[in-house]
Design a protein around this ligand. Structure first.
Ligand SMILES: [Zn+2]
Length: 252
């Protein structure tokens, strides 16, 4: 669900979804990725905040997973001024042990109607970062490590971050996964390590990964650290809660 596309098959006239008009509804647009043959149409052209491009049913396939990774973030649904990345990160990373069922009850999370609550899930954070350079004062490349911020993070990811990656393989004799950052394939791409707080969390992840392939983008919120120098991975984190992980829809 990209926010930009070309108007012409030669790919010379770029148009942003927010600038599309009612007159553009029903027209065919072309994927902004060089050499990608996919065609799209505009959705929600009447609202610059909500507009995005959607792949046509009769379209040829996109050539890579980034073409449609943006999703379709609707800012009207969330209260931007209440977004606090560290607060939401802490809530999502609370260890999900059987005794933790009551965690969160009675605290002061605002729960108003539509548009009253801030972003609260990993996929909402990811889609917001894919759409905006800044949000409630945050520079979104300080929140999300993906292919666009690879230059910043290629030597290590530290602290609370959302990371876009794809599965590579299980670590031998460990309940841990090696992942490709920012994707596979990727020129000079790196690896990161996912550790799991308990076996249940590991198996939950493993049972989802086995139905994907190495190109399926997975979004992981973690408190990342850089290991003592090794050649296997640049950063690692521990998954304490299933809510730290989101599988993007797989389009191939
Ligand atoms: Zn494409």
């Amino acid at each position: 669900m990209p926010y930009k596309a070309y108007k012409d098959t030669e790919k010379t006239q770029l148009i942003y979804a927010k600038d599309a008009t009612i007159q553009d509804v029903g027209k065919i647009f072309y994927c902004s990725t060089p050499n990608c043959p996919a065609s799209m149409s505009i959705v929600s052209a009447a609202s610059s905040e909500r507009a995005y491009f959607r792949t046509l049913k009769k379209s040829k396939k996109h050539i890579n997973q980034f073409c449609v990774a943006d999703g379709a973030f609707n800012p009207i649904k969330y209260k931007e001024s209440s977004f606090n990345f560290d607060d939401v990160s802490k809530k999502l990373m609370i260890a999900s042990t059987s005794s933790s069922k009551n965690i969160g009850k009675g605290n002061s999370i605002v729960s108003g109607g539509g548009g009253e609550k801030p972003i609260s899930t990993v996929n909402q954070i990811y889609y917001m970062c894919r759409k905006y350079h800044s949000y409630n004062g945050y520079s979104t490349n300080q929140i999300l490590a993906d292919e666009r911020s690879f230059k910043i993070y290629k030597n290590g990811i530290e602290g609370n971050k959302v990371v876009q990656c794809t599965p590579f393989h299980k670590f031998k004799d460990e309940y841990a996964y090696r992942m490709n950052y920012p994707s596979f394939p990727y020129n000079n791409g790196k690896h990161i390590k996912l550790n799991f707080y308990n076996e249940e969390l590991y198996w939950n992840f493993h049972n989802k990964v086995k139905f994907t392939n190495h190109k399926n983008l997975i979004i992981v919120l973690g408190n990342w650290s850089i290991p003592p120098k090794n050649d296997f991975y640049i950063s690692e984190c521990t998954i304490c809660n299933n809510r730290q992980i989101h599988f993007l829809p797989f389009s191939k």
